[in-house]
Every structure is written in C-alpha cells, then in structure tokens.
Design a protein around this ligand. Sequence first.
Ligand SMILES: [Ca+2]
Length: 280
Amino acid sequence: MLLLLTITLADAKKPKVVPLPVNAWGHEVGMKADCFYPADFEKLQDGDRKMARQRALEEMKKQWSGKRKADEKVEDSEIDDGVTMEERVIDDIETVLLGRPVLIETIAKSNLDQCRAFMKGGDLEAWKGWLVPLSAKLTAGECMSPLIDTMFDYLEITTPWYRSVTVCSGDRIRISATVSDKYRITDKGEWITVAGTSEKATGADLPCNIEGCNIGMLVGRFTGDDGIVTTFGIGAAYEFRAPSNGQISWTINDTTWYDNKYFKSSTIEDRVAITVEPAK
Ligand SMILES: [Ca+2]
C-alpha cells in the first residue's frame, strides 16, 4: 500500500513536458523573460523557409535593439527584458545576414542559446561577447555562399565573361545547357549549339583555348579567391569541384560579340537555358 502511494506521488510530481515554442517567442521554467525560438528550418518548404528566416532576423533585431518587454502580455509594461546591444553591432550583423540569409538559420539557433543562458541568470556580457565579433567572423575566411540552390540563366551570346556565381571550396557543381537552341557567331556563319563548331580553339584572345574548348562553345571560368583562374569547356554539361572559394562565370568561346545572333524561326527566337546546380 505504501509502495503504491509513493509511486502515485512520484507520478504527480513529474513535471509536465511542455513543448518548446517554434518560430515564436516563449520561455522555459527559470527564464526571466522570453527568447525567440526559431522555426525548424529543415522541415520547411522553400518559400516558408525564407519567410521563417526573415522573421527570425526581425525578432532577433527587435530584442537586440532593446525593444522587448519583460512581459509582452502586460500592456504598457515599462520593464524591458534587460537586453540591449550596440546599434552598430546590430547593423553589421544585419548587413551580413541579409546578404547571406542561409546563415540566419544557424545564427538564430546560437542566439537562442545565448538568450536562454542570459534569461536564466547569465551575464549580458557573455551574449555581447558572442554577438560583437560575429559579423567579422562570418565574413572572414569562411565561405558564406555555398552553392545550395539551383540557378537558371539564359545565355547571353553578345557578352564576354559574365555572371559571378559564388561557390565555396569543395562544392561540387554541375553546369548544363540546352542543346536544341541554336546561334551563330559570325554573319552568315553556320548555326551551332553550346557544343560549338568543330574547330578547336587555339587563339590567345579566345576565352578558352585549352584542350576540349572549341570555337563557339559554351565555356566557363572559375576565379578563385586566391587569384587562381581556370577555364573549361562546358558544352552540354560540365561537372567540377571548386578548388577554393570563388566565382563561376561563363560566355561563348568567341572574340567578336557584336555579330552573334540567336536563331529565329518565324515567331520564336532560340535561347540557351543554363542550369547551375549542386552535382549529385
Ligand atoms: Ca562573333
């Protein structure tokens, strides 16, 4: 009988498990004010994910700027939640994150850890110590823009090297182009595709003159942040691994741009579509 009673008491004492807030303000036991709990970004579809990032940034900014009250439910509450960061620091972070919204996901999670620690009695200086050097840390060394999303582009045939797709060291990238769209690179020249003509490119003025690059072909260039530049033929498709952080550009392998024309039937003009995506 006594044993049974003990078990019943123990059960009654067990704290109720309250699920943590998601994409919302809230607090756990022992916290003096609310923190912003970011969304489960990984579980969201693209559009919702972007909105959740935007929201997380807005809410973090609100708290850092000292605009959160200790109890938001009490109207006209004058007591702030004790958080205030330097305006300059907030501006810097915002600039970095707006340019690299993917990072908001990890920053929002780390910020929650900082907030929790503070709301449980920690020192604001510790939180500041994390936030103040953050923008510098995020922009130095680390590569901020890995190729995650698929990018589409229509090939411009009247422009030398263009576009500047940022990729990170080690990213495996696949660039592909439609092969049914035709253009020519001289007046009255033959209609060709991204595979180019059958003529091997040898001239020094050509964007790409290495083995595998033909005249008129769709070609690519990788410019590493270390200054090393490599060119390569793309044609219908090309896959490579970025040797460093850097940018990818493309063009067609030609030296005169003004005389290049897309094929046009009675109504429709051809246009080569390029896809840049993470390689499988
Ligand atoms: Ca030309």
